[in-house]
Design a protein around this ligand. Structure first.
Ligand code: SF4
Length: 345
């Protein structure tokens, strides 16, 4: 553990942390551009056997509210996304024991054939689940998903990548080492991924720093992480964490700032206005973030915990401008979409 980093995170005045993070951000993104993406989060199933104590979204098998979307329903959501100028789908779901591996491959092929769009999907926890239930090597799972049409992998399910915390919050899900191993395998297979940290699970500040340093180490080997996103636990409606107090804006800004400082080898940091609200989302742009995340057309997991902030592209761009930056719409790989592209409502 780097004592200086921990001391800086725990004790430095908020604005000093922000200033240092902003310096790292400005060195990496000197043109004062803040990007955002228009996409849609499609949760293909809410049936899950992982029982994460912080999750308000999932339903156990046989629960009357369990669902799995049909290919046609997913196709329709993609068409709606495209009509609004969306350039990718984020497709994630529960660990559903009733879905065969062929279903996932067929789904990816179906999307690429009938509704072509960038597919950002299947977090390392899902890849690990597939590897276990289909008795396949994770390398083969990734290779087959990629061959069927998967373009990149989201950093969902990372929470805190320290085993002590995972044993409490998500004991049935991919462990810390395995989660990072799958990311590394994906990078080796030529796929880019994002990476996340969800804090507020009762971890120490030292454990948050450990999470960041582990991500930094993988990035130093592979260079495969395009972006880092952090947000706090949304405790409402969760099975085991509803008694926890929601952490506040100051903790969020300090955490964003220290993330920017530690992860100086990860190019982009996203602000999480969906969980923190617009004003804190704007402030985060002065605490290390260079991306305003996603204008998400649908988000089921955070909204299941009663935390949903919605907006339009116009509003999003105004917020970015008011914070002193130039807004630009981007693709998954952070390339900029020219202004004459149709604008989403
Ligand atoms: S967070 Fe994901 S893996 Fe955990 S219970 Fe919810 S849907 Fe399942």
């Amino acid at each position: 553990m780097n004592r200086d980093l921990l001391d800086f995170y725990a004790n430095a005045p908020l604005l000093e942390l922000g200033l240092e993070a902003d310096r790292v951000r400005a060195a990496k993104h000197p043109h004062q551009t803040v990007t955002y993406i228009v996409d849609r989060n499609i949760n293909y199933t809410n049936v899950c056997v992982a029982d994460c104590g912080f999750c308000a979204f999932y339903r156990r098998p046989k629960h009357t509210e369990g669902y799995t979307l049909s290919f046609e329903q997913i196709g329709q959501k993609i068409e709606e996304t495209k009509a609004l100028g969306g350039v990718q789908i984020l497709i994630q779901g529960g660990h559903n024991p009733y879905i065969p591996f062929e279903w996932y491959l067929d789904l990816l092929r179906y999307i690429k054939r009938h509704h072509p769009i960038h597919i950002h999907g299947f977090s390392p926890s899902e890849v690990d689940f597939f590897s276990q239930v289909f008795r396949m090597d994770a390398t083969d799972v990734i290779r087959e998903l990629k061959a069927a049409g998967l373009d990149s992998i989201p950093g969902g399910g990372g929470e805190i990548l320290v085993q002590r915390v995972r044993d409490i919050a998500a004991p049935k899900k991919a462990g810390a080492d395995r989660w990072l191993e799958i990311m590394e395998l994906a990078h080796q297979a030529g796929m880019k991924t994002s990476v996340t940290m969800m804090y507020g699970l009762g971890e120490t500040l030292a454990e948050r720093i450990e999470h960041l340093q582990r991500v930094r180490d993988v990035q130093a080997r592979t260079g495969g992480f395009t972006a880092f996103i952090t947000w706090p636990l949304q405790p409402e409606n969760t099975p085991e964490f509803s008694h926890m107090e929601k952490t506040g804006a100051v903790d969020y800004l300090r955490t964003v700032a220290i993330s920017r400082i530690v992860l100086d080898n990860v190019p982009n940091l996203q602000s999480s206005w969906v969980t923190m609200g617009m004003k804190v989302g704007q402030l985060a742009l002065r605490f290390g973030c260079n991306d305003f995340g996603s204008l998400m057309i649908e988000e089921n997991v955070v909204s299941a915990a009663n935390t949903t902030h919605r907006t339009t592209t116009e509003e999003l761009e105004r917020l970015i401008r008011d914070a002193g930056f130039t807004p630009a719409r981007r693709r998954q790989d952070y390339s900029i979409i020219p202004l004459d592209h149709p604008v989403a409502a």
